[in-house]
Design a protein around this ligand. Structure first.
Ligand SMILES: [Zn+2]
Length: 225
């Protein structure tokens, strides 16, 4: 697990060079955003090294490479550390259908852990504001840190091989496009996230970008073109 301190409040944890989770510093410890796969020990060790414990687990969406360590984290951390999921994706994970025009794409693994609660756009969890950005998955959200305007965007953008919106295949890293349930909607959501004027863009796959507005504009223009 590679650890990159992005801001005073945000640490990026990277598994196998390509899957990111994040530790967000709060007064009581850390909020873990996403879990990569088979990484419970590494995620917990990273929190300890950074001087705190994981106090809650949030997910940007419920694809396998984001929920992949939830069950092992639950087993190791116990039920006192709540797992919170975006409402619509939690339903899909539990077997509810994906409503058209979205299609069920990407990996939706069996997860034993039931969410302790669900959230959607407008909710506030600690310092993080939940922002709906559906498209990659129907319930996909981003987390906007109100302290410094950094944005954890999950797979609404990816930056492996250059910043891209998953509404269109990106030749150097087409996986997010392949797994995107509603591609036109993903483009609309990318515009919505850009309008937040984040100071830092942290994504599910690839490095984080500081002062990302120009790069986001370009990625959106390419996706729309
Ligand atoms: Zn995904």
């Amino acid at each position: 697990m590679r650890t990159t301190a992005l801001t005073a409040n945000l640490i990026q944890l990277t598994k196998l060079g390509m899957m990111n989770a994040y530790l967000v510093r709060e007064d009581d410890g850390f909020t873990l955003v996403d879990t990569t796969m088979s990484a419970a020990d590494g995620l917990m060790a990273a929190a300890a090294t950074a001087g705190g414990e994981i106090k809650r687990i949030l997910l940007t969406h419920c694809h396998g490479d984001h929920v992949g360590s939830v069950d092992s984290l639950r087993a190791k951390l116990g039920p006192g550390v709540p797992v919170l999921m975006p409402k619509i994706d939690a339903g899909i994970l539990a077997g509810e259908p994906v409503l058209p025009p979205a299609k069920k794409r990407g990996s939706w693994p069996k997860v034993k852990t039931k969410p302790d609660s669900t959230f959607s756009g407008g909710d506030v969890i600690g310092s993080l504001q939940v922002v709906d950005c559906p498209g990659h998955t129907p319930g996909h959200v981003a987390f906007f840190d109100t302290r410094d305007k950094s944005l954890i965007a999950g797979d609404a953008f990816s930056s492996l091989g250059g910043l891209a919106v998953p509404s269109r295949p990106h030749l150097r890293f087409p996986l997010p496009w392949y797994a995107t349930c509603n591609r036109p909607q993903a483009l609309l959501s990318a515009r919505g996230l850009r309008a937040l004027d984040p100071t830092l863009l942290a994504v599910g796959h690839g490095r984080a970008l500081s002062e990302p507005s120009a790069a986001m504009d370009q990625a959106i223009a390419v996706a729309a073109g």
